[in-house]
Write a protein that binds this ligand. Structure first.
Ligand code: GUN
Ligand code: FE
Length: 435
């Protein structure tokens, strides 16, 4: 089961997915192809055939395009305050604990294991300001065969960050980001699944202009991915307007932080000129539908982004979002889009509310969690076809079937009903990660 575009999937049965020695899908052979039986026999002879039970299906592994690894212990708690208070009261104190490397090791091993169990084969992580802990996250990814994109969080603004959890200066933050780039280079020399460093200004309010400038220059020097939060809510956008007399996307752009390797989380308050800028620069939005219910102040109009060909993927935003499962986030994305369509004033027609045609489908959500994420990270993954990475999940149809159903219906049932217990095996780059 694989997306062919944002609205359509392709479901095929009785296929051989052949994986080469580098972990890429070499070819997909259909039962009706003349070579099918020979290829199958060869695989059996080499003891390389993995066969599925009749109620099991292969989907591409999911890409979590925005997650805060250190917030894992807070997942499912502390959702009662607005963003700026939530950061001060719950989140910064939790992240400050990662100066303790042993704590980091324990949490990160558990988190990566849980994400793999949920079918997430690639994740774009925020770490903390602490490189020793960030390196533990990278090692956990290597141990569990997960492809991590990992950012040392940079945040130096004394006005918006606590004394016990901030970079000592812009200079130190940039130096330590560069140090982390080299630490991952070294780790990758022996890793099967490679880890990528990401330039990570937390968001405009927590960074000084010097830091934003330094990080923009570093991203250009090493041609690296960039991640941040952008236009998540009124408070954040208001901060940029007050301090820079610009929208926050303009501030990030000014410092070279909006490139075709940038992934900006949330974006619920992006206006049309921001979206046009994102499109021009090739910036991807990480849609975090569960988190947005609590902190986002608005619903991201996903169907509009898809229609205008803005890049958009899906993130859990642990722990702003409580669930590590992209299945849960796909479901919430559909639910939220229907709320957006229905709006709050039943007297008004959808056209009058300006929110008509906003519903998205399970297929749209699945596209975000696979193809959208892959595009955001410039990865050849997220689809089951020749030339793509063999990042795959084997999922058992979750509920009893009482009558014949089409493959499209089975797909929908998987998207709406599957839990991690239905995910029987996970492969990353052809390597077993689960099962
Ligand atoms: N903005 C800045 N930091 C954070 C964070 O940790 N979570 C969310 N949701 N928004 C942020
Ligand atoms: Fe976030």
């Amino acid at each position: 089961m694989t997306s062919i575009d944002a609205d359509n999937i392709e479901c095929r049965q009785h296929q051989l997915i052949c994986i080469d020695g580098q972990g890429y899908i070499d070819r997909v052979v259909d039962e009706t192809d003349a070579e099918f039986e020979t290829v199958r026999q060869e695989a059996v002879a080499g003891d390389k055939l993995i066969s599925l039970n009749p109620d099991e299906y292969i989907l591409p592994g999911f890409i979590d395009l925005h997650i805060h690894a250190p917030q894992w212990p807070n997942a499912g708690v502390a959702l009662d305050r607005p963003l700026n208070e939530w950061l001060d009261v719950y989140t910064f104190p939790m992240e400050a604990k990662y100066r303790d490397v042993e704590f980091a090791k324990r949490v990160y091993d558990d988190l990566v294991n849980e994400l793999i169990a949920n079918g997430t084969t690639t994740a774009l992580y925020f770490g903390t300001i602490h490189n020793e802990a960030n390196l533990e996250l990278a090692k956990a990814c290597v141990r569990h065969n997960q492809r991590g994109f990992i950012g040392k969080v940079a945040m130096d603004n004394p006005e918006e960050t606590p004394e016990n959890y901030r970079d000592a200066s812009a200079k130190v933050a940039v130096e330590q980001t560069e140090e982390f780039i080299h630490q991952l280079e070294e780790l990758n020399q022996t890793a099967m699944v490679k880890q990528t460093p990401v330039i990570t200004p937390r968001f405009v309010p927590s960074c000084t202009p010097e830091l934003l400038k330094g990080l923009g220059e570093l991203a250009a020097k090493y041609d690296l991915p960039i991640q941040s939060h952008c236009s998540e809510n009124d408070w954040e956008n208001g901060f940029a307007l007050e301090h820079y007399h610009k929208r926050d996307s303009e501030v990030l752009d000014q410092y070279g932080l909006l490139t075709d390797k940038s992934v900006m989380a949330h974006g619920t308050m992006l206006n049309q000129s921001d979206l046009t800028r994102f499109k021009q620069r090739g910036v991807a939005v990480a849609h975090c539908p569960i988190s947005n219910v609590f902190f986002g102040d608005a619903v991201l109009p996903v169907s509009k982004l898809l229609q205008q060909h803005n890049k958009v993927g899906m993130g859990t935003d642990i722990s702003g979002g409580y669930s590590p499962s992209l299945y849960q986030n796909i479901r919430q994305s559909v639910i939220s889009s229907r709320m957006l369509h229905q709006g709050v004033d039943p007297e008004l027609s959808p056209e009058e509310r300006g929110t008509d045609n906003q519903q998205i489908t399970a297929k749209n959500g699945f596209y975000l969690a696979t193809v959208g994420g892959a595009e955001g990270l410039h990865l050849k993954t997220g689809q089951i076809k020749a030339g793509y990475l063999a990042d795959l999940q084997v999922v058992k149809a979750p509920l009893t079937k009482f009558e014949d159903e089409s493959l499209d219906q089975t797909f929908e049932k998987i998207i709406y009903q599957a839990t991690k217990h239905d995910i029987k095996q996970v492969f990353v780059r052809g390597q077993v990660a689960k099962g």
